[in-house]
Design a protein around this ligand. Structure first.
Ligand code: FES
Length: 194
């Protein structure tokens, strides 16, 4: 199968080929990834009867910093399941050491990533569908969408048109913490709705 050179350049982003082809690479470096996700906070205005609006305090809801596991305990292609940003509906997530550099990847090899397990199409459960050969999650049992975990969870095939929400992580010594999310979790109007 012949791949359109503009698509290949956008995906691979090598040596300015993407710009030459009039497209932009789809991978962000880790700094851009964290900065982009870091602004994903929720601002809730709280009204207090009797106070004029200008004096109404604002409550800012931010993502919890949650310990997930230790880097040294991860094995390539063995999923580690956890829940984030809470233990409510649709919070189940996968943390995986891919053995291959990935967008937003953590650790010395930049190959540790984490994603929400809920398909962005209609909420199909992606638990147990990790494909080591392709570093992908899927196919979804409902309509067969598959997501690429090396490229920020972008869909490879199927019915979904939104990437899988990626969990932002930080490394402190050997400890891995989840600190935010990039993308809206299926079934929620706000990732922090609880
Ligand atoms: S719910 Fe996953 S492809 Fe439709």
């Amino acid at each position: 199968m012949t791949i359109d050179p503009r698509i290949a350049a956008a995906v691979n982003g090598a040596n300015g080929e993407a710009e030459a082809a009039g497209t932009r690479p789809c991978l962000m470096n880790r700094r851009s990834f964290l900065l982009t996700g870091g602004i994903a906070t929720t601002v809730i205005m709280v009204g207090i009867p009797g106070l004029p609006e200008a004096q109404t305090p604002a409550v800012v809801a931010t993502y919890p910093r949650k310990f997930i596991t230790r880097l040294s305990e991860l094995v390539v292609d063995e999923p580690f399941d956890f829940e984030y940003p809470d233990e409510g509906a649709y919070a189940e997530s996968i943390l995986i050491k891919l053995g291959r550099e990935a967008g937003g990847g953590l650790g010395p090899e930049r190959d540790v990533v984490a994603f929400n397990y809920t398909c962005t199409h209609q909420g199909g459960p992606l638990q147990g569908t990790y494909q080591a050969a392709d570093k992908a999650l899927g196919p979804c049992p409902l309509h067969l969408t598959t997501f690429d975990l090396t490229r920020h969870g972008i869909f490879i095939s199927g019915q979904a048109y939104q990437s899988l929400p990626q969990v932002l992580m930080e490394l402190e010594g050997d400890d891995i913490y989840a600190v935010g999310m990039f993308g809206l979790i299926y079934g929620r109007y706000d990732n922090l709705q609880g």
